[in-house]
Design a protein around this ligand. Structure first.
Ligand SMILES: Cc1ncc(COP(=O)(O)O)c(C=O)c1O
Length: 381
């Protein structure tokens, strides 16, 4: 018999089930059309060897404490220095993951008198940081530069005294489209504001040398960039690139940075190797570009839909249970595709999020699309 205290959780789970929104952990199965391991570095022998070599030279598995206490290891500092040089920013800070970094940055940097104007489709981790912030916050329609400008103007006209923060993703994680960064940077400049760019899905694969879409902006004092290390870089963690004063402020005030054990120094060693791999193996990015372009054209031809142009290919289904059924059917046919449902995406926009990585080749993409086309026709609402 279920203890009484657990009944409310079971009710909620049953409600999610009814709406086709109940989630469960599923094992990896079939060909990877889901991961963010865009350059197939997660299984790279170079990264594995870098970890083995780090162990060999005495780098510990665990940091043993917060960076502010005994957990600060030379591997963390070496990574931060190399990353600052690579991205052309005055300083970077290494966090255990992008979620923590986003929460830390949004809950710590914008001040009470400020406003955060963020794209409506920004990632949940940014949302959580914004919710914890003392600054006012407003969401604006996706990629609408005029709406960003209007929100700032309305706030100023209403007596807003601080600085505006504009928050976007350079490449949207569930839609695969890009933010108008140059216009937003100009807007931030005009209003004495700051622009936060989440490069989670662009770092390593786009921009010169894999520096991301913000490469020409990063390093300016009012630009804050988040580079996650668990996607194209194949490891885990996140590097926040910002003006040294802002980084120093985070070291002093960001609770997620201060009150948490530092990431494993072995992780830092692996991320350093990922950067070296980007530099030494430009053919990876070239192969990725070629496959991405092929997949976009093939998807548009197979389903007659407009494709995103990036490696993230959303196929809109709308109805939650139908999205789940189509994804399950493809998994049964050995193509690992997942349905993305609310609340991750807006109600009525359940979709398949197909990700193109170097873990697959052209023939796998073509075969998957053939199966997908059939599944979409046969799995009617
Ligand atoms: C846009 C975006 N920002 C931040 C994150 C969080 O990064 P991490 O997976 O390193 O916690 C993700 C990944 O889920 C993401 O897609």
């Amino acid at each position: 018999m279920t203890p009484r205290a657990l009944v409310r959780y079971e009710r909620t789970l049953a409600g999610l089930e009814r709406k086709g929104r109940r989630r469960a952990l599923a094992p990896q199965h079939g060909v990877d059309f889901t991961s963010n391991d865009y350059l197939a570095l997660a299984q790279s022998p170079r990264l594995k060897a870098a970890i083995a070599a780090a162990i060999e030279r005495g780098v510990p598995v665990g940091a043993g404490g917060s960076r502010l206490l005994r957990g600060n290891h030379p591997e963390h500092e070496a990574l931060e220095a190399e990353a600052a040089e690579f991205f052309g920013t005055s300083r970077t800070l290494f966090f255990g993951n992008g979620y923590t970094a986003n929460v830390a940055l949004f809950s710590t940097l914008p001040q009470r008198a400020d406003i955060i104007v963020h794209d409506a489709l920004i990632h949940a981790s940014a949302h959580d940081g914004i919710t914890a912030s003392k600054a006012e916050a407003v969401a604006v329609p996706h990629n609408d530069v005029d709406a960003f400008a209007d929100a700032i103007r309305t706030w100023r006209d209403g007596g807003g005294k601080g600085h505006p923060w504009i928050a976007v993703e350079s490449l949207y994680s569930m839609d695969g489209d890009r933010a108008p960064l140059a216009e937003l940077a100009a807007l931030a400049e005009r209003h004495d504001g700051l622009l936060v760019i989440d490069e989670a899905h662009a770092t390593g694969v786009f921009g010169p040398g894999g520096r991301g879409f913000s490469a020409s902006l990063e390093g300016r004092d009012n630009i804050v960039v988040l580079h996650t290390c668990g996607k194209a870089l194949g490891v885990s963690g996140a590097l926040l690139g910002a003006n040294a004063t802002l980084c120093d402020y985070l070291v002093n005030r960001a609770r997620g940075f201060i009150y948490s054990t530092a990431p494993s120094p072995l992780t830092a060693a692996a991320v350093r190797e990922a950067f070296r791999t980007l530099a030494d193996e430009p053919q990876r990015r070239a192969a990725f570009d070629e496959l991405r372009i092929f997949a976009n054209e093939a998807l548009a031809a197979a389903l007659g839909i407009e494709s995103s142009g990036s490696q993230i290919l959303p196929v809109m289904i709308g109805d939650n249970p139908r999205a789940v059924r189509i994804a399950a059917r493809l998994r049964a046919e050995s193509f690992d595709i997942r349905a993305i449902r609310p609340p991750t995406v807006a109600e009525g926009t359940a979709r398949l999020r197909i990700a193109i990585t170097l873990n697959v080749d052209r023939s796998a993409v073509a075969e998957m699309l053939e199966r997908l086309k059939i599944a979409i026709v046969e799995e009617q609402p």
